[in-house]
Design a protein around this ligand. Structure first.
Ligand code: NAP
Ligand code: MG
Length: 487
């Protein structure tokens, strides 16, 4: 297990010698002490990335791609260890880290490995006598700051496109979950990424993260995290006017019409909110149900929620693990009181599970509460296994509730009516829409939000625009330009 900063191709302690404990949320024990980057360490990482940039950005794009492809293979070859490490550090059940997080991480590096030599410029039809072409150039050193909810996957989402485009990276993982990003850095060194191309610097958000956002020699900061910190990133970035990309919070609407297939709704909605203990920006955290099917749906949905197997993340039969930190668990549980204070009813869960085996861990039962659409629990991101239920009558009312928060990241709808499905998809104020499914992602499909959910897109060709800047080149291909100052 790597526990030091990865700078210029080597694992090194922080200059201050300071460390942070990484905790196993299943039993509140320490897994490791991890070096904690200060501002001087960020400077070292930026210097290394700057020095690596000329060679890396001028390397044949296919060769950069080949390294990413090799990394994807190495991730698959080490899948069991990576899944175990991620489960230990985050509390995600091993069945998910092994079957979803690790394969998706490899798939993302592989997709962008293939992308590296497919970012093309264009030739623009301009007036006769001139050739105008546009190339896409990398930005230089990019800073990346990520949260703790999918640390392994987000390492790939952030690094893969940046590297494919020819940038060098300084990435700060979340203080709670630095281990899998360091493991990826180790694999990168093994497969032959040149020193300095990637630097991983665990540390505190308001120190290391803030300095990455401020740093005068970082050309862009890509941030995934809360809306509140996103605003700070924008402010901190203003010194050198760096490019900013923000993947922020969400309050996913999950709208069920009267003609929906309820079997599919129950399964899809449970996955939408309880997978990863609800710690997902695209979680289906608001179930918005047509009044005619509400009773039947709720009976089935609460009964599934009560049957979800909670336990040790390393047990392959566990379906839900602990939340990633004690503080976060307490925050999620505090929303149960908030719901009750505004007249909400707890339909299922609402507390930590009983049992000595889970007593030291940060567990919360799958929680379903009724709420008015304007209640705090239906407006604020809880980021846990916590879903609000509201009902609607007309389609217009359903749409107004779905669009009635400051967020606009992911939203889902369930209906057999094709016309209604497409009409609703168009009217939802949301970066992503799922019809008769929820929370689907793919390395090729644009991912991101509108409103308080941020701006910019990850994935696909879209993200390559985020990590490159166009350069327009004019060539005089005709010796005779008409004189502008005839003499
Ligand atoms: P967070 O508190 O905003 O932290 C995210 C990252 O920012 C962490 O690495 C954190 O460091 C760092 N940070 C904290 N303060 C900072 C500052 N002043 N300047 C620069 N960096 C700073 O978010 P979180 O609670 O870890 O993660 C949950 C949030 O992420 C939720 O809102 C969720 O919706 C959002 N999220 C969004 C997406 C998306 O793609 N839209 C995906 C996943 C999660 P520390 O670790 O030291 O706090
Ligand atoms: Mg941990």
């Amino acid at each position: 297990m790597q526990t030091q900063l990865f700078i210029n191709g080597r694992f090194v302690p922080a200059l201050s010698g300071e460390t942070l404990a990484s905790i196993n949320p299943h039993d509140n024990t320490e897994i490791a002490q991890v070096s904690m980057a200060g501002r001087a360490d960020i400077d070292r990482a930026v210097d290394a990335a700057k020095a690596a940039f000329p060679k890396w950005s001028n390397m044949a794009a296919a060769d950069r791609g080949r390294l990413l492809l090799k990394l994807a293979d190495a991730i698959e070859a080490n899948a069991d260890e990576l899944a175990r490490l991620e489960s230990l550090d985050t509390g995600h059940p091993i069945r998910d880290t092994r079957n979803l997080d690790v394969p998706r991480t490899a798939a993302t590096f592989r997709y962008f490995g293939g992308m590296a030599d497919k970012i093309e410029g264009s030739v623009i039809p301009v007036e006769a006598g001139f050739l105008n072409y546009m190339t896409r150039e990398p930005l230089g050193v990019v800073g990346q700051v990520v949260p703790w909810n999918f640390p392994l996957m987000f390492t790939s989402w952030k690094m893969a496109p940046a590297l494919a485009a020819g940038n060098c990276v300084v990435m700060k993982p979340a203080e709670l979950t630095p281990l899998s990003s360091l493991a990826i850095a180790e694999l990168m060194a093994e497969v032959g990424f040149p020193p300095g191309v990637v630097n991983v610097v665990p540390g505190l958000g308001y120190v290391a993260g803030q300095y990455i956002a401020e740093h005068p020699e970082i050309s862009k900061v890509a941030f995934t995290g809360s809306t509140a910190v996103g605003r700070k990133i924008v402010q901190a970035s203003s010194g050198n006017l760096k490019k900013v990309q923000l993947e922020l919070g969400g309050k996913g609407a999950n709208v069920v019409f009267s003609d929906a297939n309820l079997d599919a709704v129950v399964q899809g909605s449970a996955f939408g909110i309880f997978h990863n203990q609800g710690q997902a920006c695209i979680a289906a955290s608001r179930l918005i149900v047509h009044e005619s099917v509400a009773d039947e749906l709720l009976e089935r949905f609460t009964s599934l929620a009560r049957s979800i197997k909670i336990g040790d993340p390393l047990d392959p039969s566990t379906e839900m693990g602990p939340l990633t930190s004690q503080m976060h668990r307490d925050r999620v549980l505090s929303y149960v009181d908030v719901a009750r204070e505004q007249g909400g009813c707890v339909l299922s869960g609402g507390k930590a599970p009983h049992g000595a085996a889970l007593a030291k861990g940060f567990y919360v039962e799958p929680t379903i509460v009724s709420a008015k659409p304007t209640d705090r629990v239906a407006q604020e991101e809880v980021f846990g296994p916590f879903v609000t239920v509201s009902t609607f009558g007309s389609d217009e009312e359903g749409l107004a509730i779905a669009n009635g928060t400051e967020y606009g990241l992911g939203a889902g709808l369930w209906t057999r009516d094709l016309q209604r499905a497409h009409l609703f998809a168009r009217q939802l104020r949301s970066g992503m829409v799922w019809i008769n499914c929820y929370k689907r992602v793919s390395p090729g499909s644009p991912f991101g939000g509108v409103g308080a959910s941020g701006y910019g897109r990850e994935m696909g060709f879209e993200v390559m625009h985020e990590y490159t800047q166009p350069k327009s080149v004019w060539v005089n291909v005709d010796a005779d330009i008409p004189p502008y100052y005839p003499r």
